[in-house]
Design a protein around this ligand. Structure first.
Ligand SMILES: Nc1ncnc2c1ncn2[C@@H]1O[C@H](COP(=O)(O)OP(=O)(O)O)[C@@H](O)[C@H]1O
Ligand SMILES: [Mg+2]
Length: 331
């Protein structure tokens, strides 16, 4: 990873103990996902607060300074440049880590698009291919592929959005199980592939490979199918460094990435993150490193400089800033 400006490291250190773990806003209908809190503003609009929570092993591991801002603003940037492909839920960014969005009924399907044979979890392509499967979510895969090889073209490998564990599913079963109609699936699949092609091209301009990603879509109150949740963020997508990929791959090395694996490895070493009721506190230096990677990802993906809160805002808590910014837009 490239060296970060010392000032970034200092700013992150100064924010280690003022992260946004839970929002606490006076609106009805609060729902908390692993990372986002949402509130129902009215029939058509939700307020989305992207917190600094880091989730893995199906639980929250720690908070990471500025992670919410990185995710909220990275998504907002992509939403603004992809609306010619598909309508999206973003109405307004009202704080670095909060947005007002159109309320949708999400399809219970995650639209995963992959351009490389990689991954290590139970829903990853490589895990299944390695075990001998040659048809995955309806896609036929050729023999002879190695880990991290590029696929001939991007493929859509949908999963269900289950409460416990997402499950890979075929388009036929999506329709058969009544999760989506045939025409909704066709529309969403094509949008996912177009979004991916656009994202891959945009990433390439900044020397990044968009390896794989996950989209969510839903139906708005007026019946429009929209892109929702987050788009091409470091949480929903895998990015590799483009200029070192070929050589490292030829040498059998893993590609360079904005990898978050080190924090998972630390938890795996010191506890049982699936079983233990209480987790140990992640060491500060690892959390700082992680925050710097998220900020670097924001800058690399969007090509924009990350804006730290100004001096005036530094002295107030995230909660107060959020409330002040919401008041500015009459909320
Ligand atoms: N515009 C929207 N309308 C309704 N629900 C949405 C919208 N955008 C995202 N969501 C849902 O809100 C939740 C976002 O919170 P998150 O922390 O990402 O949850 P999760 O733990 O399910 O990943 C997700 O369940 C997502 O499907
Ligand atoms: Mg999510």
């Amino acid at each position: 990873m490239s060296e970060h400006k010392t000032s970034y490291r200092e700013a992150v250190r100064a924010h280690l103990h003022s992260t946004l773990e839970f929002s606490d806003l006076p609106y009805l209908g609060k729902k908390s996902g692993k990372v986002r809190d949402s509130y129902q503003l009215d029939n058509d609009r939700l307020l989305f607060v992207v917190t600094d929570r880091l989730s893995a092993f199906d639980r929250v591991l720690t908070t990471v300074p500025f992670k919410g801002q990185v995710l909220n603003l990275t998504s907002a940037w992509w939403f603004s440049i992809t609306s010619h492909i598909i309508a999206n839920h973003l109405l307004a960014v009202v704080d670095p880590c909060a947005s007002i969005v159109s309320k949708c009924t999400p399809f219970p399907v995650e639209f995963v698009v992959r351009d490389y044979m990689t991954g290590s979890t139970s829903t990853s392509l490589w895990t299944h291919y390695k075990a001998g499967e040659r048809i995955y979510c309806g896609n036929v895969l050729p023999d002879g592929l190695k880990k991290n090889d590029k696929l001939e073209h991007p493929i859509v490998t949908p999963t269900t959005k289950d409460a416990v564990h997402d499950r890979p599913i075929t388009p036929e079963d999506i329709v058969k199980e009544g999760l989506m109609s045939e025409s909704q699936w066709e529309y969403a699949k094509n949008a996912a592939l177009e979004l991916f092609a656009y994202g891959r091209n945009e990433a390439k301009k900044r020397n990044l490979i968009l390896v794989d990603t996950k989209y969510e879509m839903g139906i708005g109150n007026d019946g429009t199918i929209m892109l929702i949740d987050e788009v091409h963020t470091p949480d929903s997508s895998r990015f590799w460094q483009a200029d070192s990929y070929e050589q490292r791959h030829a040498e059998g090395l893993e590609p360079e990435s904005f990898d978050k694996e080190f924090i998972r490895l630390w938890f795996n070493r010191v506890c049982d993150p699936y079983q233990d009721e209480v987790l140990p506190k992640a060491p500060d230096h690892l959390v700082v490193e992680l925050a710097l990677r998220y900020i670097e990802a924001y800058e690399r993906i969007t090509g924009k400089e990350f804006q730290f809160p100004d001096k005036q805002m530094l002295s107030i808590s995230n909660h107060d800033r959020l409330r002040a910014n919401l008041a500015k837009v009459g909320l």
